[in-house]
Ligand binder design. Structure first.
Ligand code: DGL
Length: 262
């Protein structure tokens, strides 16, 4: 599994909870974070490089792209080049949204890269539901979360401004289409109002992973305890400190990976 940084640990948590016997290698590309504001080609190159590194060094049976931006711009390419299943967070998130909506008016918020890619719009059309989709980029949200600021006046003012078009779209359910946004759920929920259901991709992605493993009959049987490994291309110590908090379990074994070592 990989993400541009820590945020994908919300997906890791959901996978560990649902599939407690599986081994997991999580790569956080904190040395090259953030992805959301980078050109799509660059994100595609990074995603391909990490996927190749994971396959070469860990021989996984599946890759999970736990980053919305990378899922939005790189998933199709990764799927065609890897000979193992590659799961992203877009389709599972949209599926949850479509299950929840009553009116068919749904919203997705994400980074500039994710929303500008049009990937949610394309996936929603492909999934064929009769829905009216409002998409909105929320530049600045990730930076607030990184600073640990999830409910100050400043973040509220920004959220009020950015979410205004989504409110106007009269959505009844809203997908938090970025790894960091679940940490802003309270603020976003207050602005959207109690009638709007907030949906995160993490749980549905974990269900998708379980479904694919079971379907291919490659789920790891219980017995020996699983191994969870964490790798960071940035500072391993701060990854361990922040990761322990986000994942809710001690992360003592973060390995450092330097891209320029290659
Ligand atoms: N992981 C990114 C995403 O889900 C958010 C952080 C970033 O911009 O790298 O879109």
């Amino acid at each position: 599994m990989f993400d541009s940084g820590f945020g994908g640990l919300t997906v890791a948590r959901a996978v560990i909870d649902l599939l407690p016997d599986e081994n997991l290698v999580y790569f956080g590309d904190t040395g090259r974070y953030p992805y959301g504001s980078r050109p799509h080609d660059e994100v595609r190159d990074f995603a391909a490089e990490i996927t190749e590194w994971l396959i070469e060094n860990h021989s996984p049976k599946m890759i999970v792209v736990a980053c919305n931006t990378a899922s939005a711009v790189a998933l199709d390419g990764l799927r065609s080049s890897a000979d193992i299943p590659v799961v992203g967070v877009l389709e599972p998130g949209l599926r949850s949204l479509m299950k929840v909506t009553v009116t068919g008016r749904i919203g997705v918020i994400g980074t500039v890269g994710t929303i500008a890619s049009g990937a949610y719009q394309t996936a929603a059309a492909r999934m064929g539901g009769d829905v009216d989709l409002t998409c909105q980029a929320c530049p600045g949200f990730v930076e607030f979360v990184e600073r640990g600021d999830t409910d100050s006046d400043q973040v509220r003012v920004l959220a009020q401004r950015l979410l205004a078009p989504v409110r106007e779209g009269k959505v009844d359910s809203l997908l938090l289409g970025c790894t960091h946004y679940p940490f802003l759920a309270r603020t976003i929920g207050e602005i959207m109002g109690r009638d709007v259901v907030l949906v995160s991709s993490a749980d549905e992605t974990a269900f998708e992973v379980r479904h694919l493993l079971e379907r291919s009959d490659v789920a790891r049987p219980g017995g020996a305890p699983p191994v969870h490994r964490f790798v960071s291309s940035g500072d391993a110590e701060s990854f361990a400190a922040i990761g322990t908090r986000l994942l809710g379990m001690a992360m003592t074994n973060v390995e450092a990976h330097r891209w320029d070592d290659r």
